[in-house]
Design a protein around this ligand. Structure first.
Ligand SMILES: [Mg+2]
Length: 211
């Protein structure tokens, strides 16, 4: 299998989904939604999940329906000790460094969160763009505009670009524009839709298949 370029989702794709990062983020997002909405815990949780499913990020929902300060939200939600959760991954770091075609991180998270995760994995030295939520003008995956920003950044066409993700619905639009879609599932027994080209248990195995 050949790849002319790679786009990597970050969270739960480059580090394991059971790292605890998602839970740490969700606890902070729930607190934030509860504060700005004034709703009790259970209703705030449901509202956050509704925003995430409807808009791709909780932040997008908060922007559209509440007057939140974006930078205050991003700082508050991502303010936790990353190395507690994300551990060094020298195998992945070596594989990443060996990629000679264009590559980039393509994430709905803010740059500083991505950088802290990359640092914790031992990948701080690997030079690649981090296409983050600000660079996406706060229009997150799976919004089509996000994919345009990503492809413009790596200066590659969709065809031949391999995109690795753990969130299925982010792969659907990618496939429709011709990307090669790689799904990194959280559980091995999940059904895989037709828009998934390849399924691998982790990013290391997936990269090896294309090198
Ligand atoms: Mg992810």
């Amino acid at each position: 299998m050949r790849a002319n370029a790679f786009l990597f989702d970050l969270d739960n794709t480059l580090y394991p989904a059971n790292s605890g990062v998602t839970e740490a983020l969700e606890a902070r997002m729930n607190d934030y939604v509860q504060q700005v909405s004034g709703l009790p815990n259970a209703e705030a949780l449901a509202l956050r999940q509704h925003y995430f499913v409807t808009y791709g990020t909780t932040l997008r929902g908060l922007q559209l329906h509440h007057k939140v300060n974006i930078e205050d939200y991003l700082y508050t939600v991502h303010d936790f000790d990353m190395p507690l959760y994300v551990k060094p991954n020298p195998v992945l770091a070596t594989l990443m460094a060996s990629i000679t075609v264009p590559k980039a991180i393509f994430t709905n998270s803010p740059r500083e969160h991505a950088q802290r995760a990359l640092d914790a994995m031992g990948m701080a030295h690997i030079v690649m763009p981090v296409i983050d939520i600000r660079r996406l003008n706060f229009l997150p995956k799976p919004h089509p505009a996000a994919y345009t920003v990503a492809l413009n950044t790596i200066e590659c066409p969709a065809t031949g670009t391999v995109f690795m993700e753990d969130t299925l619905h982010n792969l659907e639009y990618a496939k429709s524009i011709g990307m090669t879609t790689v799904y990194i599932p959280h559980h091995a027994d999940l059904p895989v839709p037709a828009y998934v080209d390849y399924c691998f248990p982790d990013a290391e195995t997936a990269i090896m298949a294309f090198l």
